[in-house]
Write a protein of this length. Sequence first.
Length: 244
Amino acid sequence: MKKRTFIKNTSLLVGSMAAVPAVLLESCAPKEKKDESADAAISSEAITEFELPELPYEFAALVPTIDAMTMEIHHGKHHAGYVRKLNIALNDYSEKFESLEGLLTKPDLPTGVRNNGGGHFNHSLFWTSLKAGGSNPTADFEKAIKSNFGSMDELKKALIDGGKSVFGSGWVWLIRNKSGQMEVTTTPNQDNPLMETASVNGFPLFGIDVWEHAYYLNYQNMRGEYLEKIFDVVDWQTVSSRLA
Ligand code: MN3
């Protein structure tokens, strides 16, 4: 399938939600079928296998906020494991889908697809939301944040409080909900707001991983400190681009 077709189909599937950011599509890009027969050309719209995206920076790029060993294990073991197990789970999944987002919005996802598909999407979004030194949001994004939260500081506080409130493992999200408003919400495990099971649905603009594997080497049990510090490396420019 040609990239243009893939992007077009993805926007159709996502429908009224925010457009899928090109950078995320790139990082979640599925492996395309190489069969050249005419029949295969028709069926090649469907995805059968996903690949681990490369980290867009070195393991040590986010030091001292996130240490290199955490990044190496988190990407090379945890995220890689979600992709590997997602591909295995898809062997028994007969529904057709044309993007990772399209898969995750389907009803009644089998547990293996839900956990590992969520894990793949969530981490792909996470890596591309961080950057050494961080970056500033666009004026449009900041305006939207002001109208929904009052200020960027209020948004950060809502994300920190939300992250602290997750019992056990999960994520805190900034989403654009179905009525176009920005909202902070949380999900357990590797669920995300695209899934029908989420308490609040919407398109994730930014998410913070609050599983212990994301911060334990550096912060031990102090999740609150990790949540405060992570804002030193948030790439708000990229997060802003997801609102467009
Ligand atoms: Mn993780």
